[in-house]
Design a protein around this ligand. Sequence first.
Ligand SMILES: Cc1cc2nc3c(=O)[nH]c(=O)nc-3n(C[C@H](O)[C@H](O)[C@H](O)COP(=O)(O)OP(=O)(O)OC[C@H]3O[C@@H](n4cnc5c(N)ncnc54)[C@H](O)[C@@H]3O)c2cc1C
Length: 401
Amino acid sequence: MQRVTAEVAVVGGGPAGLTAAIALALAGAETALVAKGATAADYRTTFLLASSVTALDTLGVWARGHEHAAPLRVMRMIDDTARLLRAPEVAFAASEIGLEAFGHNIENRFLLAALKAHAGELAALTAIEDEADGLEIADGQVTVNCKGGATVGARLVVAADGRQSRCRSAAGIDLKGRAYRQTALTLNLGHGRPHRDIATEFHTEAGPFTLVPLPGRRSSLVFVVGSDDAPRLAALADADMAAEIERRSHSIIGRIEVEPGRGVFPLTVETATRFAARRVALIGEAAHVIPPIGAQGLNLGLRDAATIVELAVAARRDGLDVGADGLTGRYDAMRRADVTSRTLAVDLLNRSLLSDFLPLAAARGLSLFLLDRLGPLRRAALREGVMPLASQPRLMRGEMI
Ligand SMILES: Cc1cc2nc3c(=O)[nH]c(=O)nc-3n(C[C@H](O)[C@H](O)[C@H](O)COP(=O)(O)OP(=O)(O)OC[C@H]3O[C@@H](n4cnc5c(N)ncnc54)[C@H](O)[C@@H]3O)c2cc1C
């Protein structure tokens, strides 16, 4: 039976786990990655903020995937509700804050392929293609027991095993959350007119309808609808779906051709009550799930990964225990404000769209109006969106850990 000993074990081979494992191994830490193979095809795309792209570039991953990514240079928001108080249309350009692009949109399959290829070349990284069945947490060490019988002993477990995280349960960490009565439909599409690197978010009474550029005359769509309406829309024949999208997008990118591969994601918000305990640090969706509005989820997950790696590598260089309570406690404190503020912002925007309550609609309209008109506020908000001041791990600043 395979027995591996490492300084850090990462459980979960999604984008957050792979990023953490790569960063650890590049910093010289003996790392074991327990990752089971993908079960279903993922046709989604991820919009990566410029700071996340910088982190992946610093790790050498971006060079392997960048040709599949499209830059987003302008963000447009259009109030498409039929309400009495409608927000003004606003557009923000990355050039206003001195950036070439707010970030890049990439299909998940290309992002994962780039991460896996890079991970496969690192001498300090041992990959175990299996599922973690449980953890045994003892003084000074955690053992990851895998389904196939392999065991991994490590001082710290980075749990990146997604929203149903077994590692989270094993560490005794609870989850708080709730479901929205909304569902995100996702698909990719071709279109007759160029997107000109512009993402457009239509705010509707059911939630945002967001088109984000992909390379060429292609875009990805995240289409938030009421959960009652989702099964009917998701089952539309391609031609009817294309007509529906063209109607809802007011033909701004011309004739639509939908591609195979639709996704249906009921919206939930879930946050772990602690981000670390008993030698287990949660990252990515094992720590927090937020609705796909404003493209925050994986960007937060990558900041989690960069933060725990930075702390572990610093401890290791000082000859300290990388899984000590002090370190995991600091990780929890360092991630709390970033995760809480993004979760609240997404929730507030979503509620302001759904609500018929006039003051809330007015507040959204006023916020967008002020953002549109007040230069310094506008630039501060844009900078905060791309590069949150409170959470800038070194990787996000382009510094190797
Ligand atoms: C419709 C939609 C659109 C989105 N768009 C964006 C966007 O534009 N930008 C953005 O930043 N975020 C976006 N997100 C969020 C983003 O997709 C997630 O944050 C991200 O996929 C989470 O990555 P992860 O690595 O934490 O988890 P996952 O991708 O879920 O990976 C977890 C991995 O762990 C593995 N695993 C589970 N259990 C075990 C076990 N016991 N042992 C071993 N392995 C295990 C799983 O097989 C999986 O490979 C979107 C989400 C949705 C639903």
